[in-house]
Every structure is written in C-alpha cells, then in structure tokens.
Design a protein around this ligand. Sequence first.
Ligand code: AMP
Length: 481
Amino acid sequence: MSVEVKSLNEECGLFGLWGHPEASQVTYFGLHSLQHRGQEGAGIVAADNGVLRSYRGVGLLSEVFREDKNLTRLTGETAIGHVRYATAGGDGVNNVQPFLFRFYNGSLGMAHNGNLTNAASQRLELEENGAVFQSNSDTEVLMHLIRQSKKEIFLEKLKDSLRQIKGGFAYLLLNETQMIAALDPNGFRPLAMGQMKNGAYAVASETCALDAVGANFIRDIQPGEMIIINGDGFRIEKYTDETNLAICSMEYIYFARPDSNIAGVNVHTARKNMGRFLAKESPVEADIVVGVPNSSLSAASGYAEESGFPYELGLVKNQYIQRTFIQPTQKLREQGVQMKLSAVRGVVEGKRVVMVDDSIVRGTTSRRIVSLLKEAGAKKVHVAIASPPLRFPCFYGIDIQERRELIAANHSVEEIQEIIGADSLHFLSEEGLIEAIGLPKKDGKTGLCLAYFNGDYPTPLYDYEEEYQKSLQEKYSFFRN
Ligand code: AMP
C-alpha cells in the first residue's frame, strides 16, 4: 500500500522532572538550555497529586511563558516539557507539545523528539479503526496505539505500541502515577537521565539541560529502553532486544550544544577533532582560520590548532536573530544570512582565509559568507567543511527530507566550490568523522547513523521508501524552490 507522507518533522528538545516542589519552573530552565533544538513552539505538562495541567504555545519558550501565571498555575512535583522545531507548514498550537490527552480513566501527557518512518501508514490503519487525530504530528500515533492495544496494563500497552512504531523517537510520557522515557531501537536521538541534590530525577534530550538545573548525570537511555520513574524511584525495562546503536551523526556535527555529552563523548571535543582531522586530511596555504559562529567555532579551533594558523574573529554574529535555516524560501534565507553575520574587515583584509563551517546543506550560508569575506577584502577564501558532503535525506528527525534541497546530492565538490565562489573547498572524510567522534566500535559497527553521507540507512524506510527511491532517479537543478 502506498501512503502519502505528510506528517510534520519533529526534531525537538525534551525535559522531564520527577519529585521537585517546583517541577514546572525547573522544567522551564531545563527547556531553556534546549532552546537551540526548537524555536517554534514550547509547552509543559505538570502533574499535581494526580491532576495533569498543560500550557503550550507558538514561539520561543520565553514568549510562550511570558506571563508568570502560565507557569505558576502548572503546580505539582512532576512535569514534562518540549521545545519544538518543525519545518515550514502545518504550524499552529495544535501541533505544539507536550500533548495532553484526557480519557475517562485517566490522563496522559506526551512529548516526542524524532521522526517516525511508518506514521502515515499507522495513522491510516488507526483512523480506519475509529481513531480521531487532533494534530498532524507523528506523536499522536503512539497515543492511539496505546489506547487500541489489547494488553491489560498500561506498561504492557506501551511496550506493545513502541514495538509497532518505526524510525527515530525519544518519548517522554506522564500520567498520574509515573513518568516514562523511551528511546527507539537505534538511539538516533540523545536522551539522558540525571538526579538533583534533592533527589528529583531529570530526563533531558541533552546533558547540558541536566547541568543547567544542577542534576548529576546518571546514564544515557539506551536503544530499546524505557525508564520508569515513580514514587519508588526508577527502573529500566526493555521493550525490545532488537537494537542497533546508530546515533545521528548530525547531533555531533551541528545540532547538539557543545557542552553536552552524547554517549560519553563531549560534543565540543568531537567537533574540535573534526576540525583537526580536516586540517590534516586537506591542508591548504593560509594566514588565518575563521569559524562561522556559533556552530563551527569548535571545529575551527581544532583546525587552527592542527594547521598552526592563528584563529581569528573574522566573522561576527548578531546574537538576536534566529537560525536562518528555517526560513521558508531561498530569498528569505539569503536575507537572513546577511542580517545574521558580518565580516570583520580589519581582520580579513589582505589575508588568505580558511573559513570553517560544520556542514553545507543547501549552500546558502557558505555562498553568502564567501562573498562577505571577499567584500571585506580577503585575498583568498578556502572553505573547509567539518563533515562529509550531505547527499541523502534524513528520515529520523533532522529536517531535510528532499534530496533536491541538498546541494551535494546534485553537484560535485568542484561544482559546489564554483557555486559558492570559494578558492578551494574541502570536506571531512567519513572515516575522519567516525574517528573524530571516536565511539567504541562494536562488531565493526560505528554506533553512528551516517546515512546522510552514504545512504546507508540503519532501518527500512517504510512509508518513505517509495519517495526515496524516486528521488534517487531524479535530477534536480540547483536552488530550485
Ligand atoms: P545551508 O546554508 O543550507 O548550506 O545550511 C548550512 C548551515 O545550516 C550550516 O552552517 C549549519 O550550521 C546549519 N545546519 C546544518 N544542518 C542543519 C539542520 N538540520 N537544521 C538547521 N540548520 C542546519
């Protein structure tokens, strides 16, 4: 059966807290440090003696909870929260999480990070069985599966349902008696757990959020695991043994915050190694190294250390502008880059510059920055990208799903160099990336998802298979909108 895949992508941030007198306030702080994972919506569901309440809205966390009362009415010792990053279209508060479902026999709060690969076909089946969806988010699928499960107790219903959904997912669930965190069998998205001094348990998409609230790291949630937290403490259960660790490499390259650790690897250190390996693999003659703020500063510092060229502040970022990437049209994206970055003439004038960036997706950023640096008098601009060329879409929660959007899917490195106007262009090799992150190899496996670079998807693509196969046969022209 072929189904149209129209669900929204969810690549978001999760934070949950159990056992703190001001759970929703602390959750707010936790979410604040995850704001880079999503800026388009935010919400919190809190439980107070078995009563669940929620507040959510569109925009940044501070905009959603601008009025104190929105937070203070979320009383109770337990809360889960979410910051949302969605691609253009289908917005509106209905898709903002956490969702709060109310049933005759209880309530359920639910937040999700990732993208399901069989959500559309599951939804079709569920709707045929009478389910009525309130949003067009994948997340709701799990709730309907739980409700329709024939198992007796809630945890068994949940396990049964988690086994039916495919793709990338980290879930946080909250009902009257427990908070549950669950991770997909590949562990595409990071999810970590910690404990505060007062004993409260925290679960977060990234360890930086645990640090922000003063929680000590306990462990990463492992693929196929559920962590159940209740009045008795926490326990771990597996809903499947068929696991295969494949952490999204884009988390290390771009998405996560540099002060987070994923699977024990510090993100800044991994990025610094990426820059270092890149300088080793593809040396160029230059005077200074300049990183694109902020996501490339770690890689640029590694590049500078390895090459021996001084690291200079050749680009300055206006900190008050949101990421350019999410602007819906090419023209707006380019305008965004212009507003966001300035080249420092006094630094780059007359210099041979190595411009380090973490990745090239559509090519907008690199093209614009090369011209900014040249306009500011740079003699040469060598572009060094601290990841391999992105040639394949991601179906597990990073928001590129169209091959036509990926410049490296449609052009050779030489062509891209010409398009962005660089004097040279080098990408990090896949081997360099794997080594830079340095996860321990297991049975020859890297522990990473590298599908973006090599098309080697760690799972079947289910609803996306047909679309993906079709995209492999099509040729796209550069910057088609
Ligand atoms: P582009 O201008 O389309 O080539 O985008 C490249 C820039 O977007 C890089 O400088 C990255 O820092 C950033 N980036 C990479 N992947 C993503 C993503 N999935 N979402 C948002 N931004 C991204």
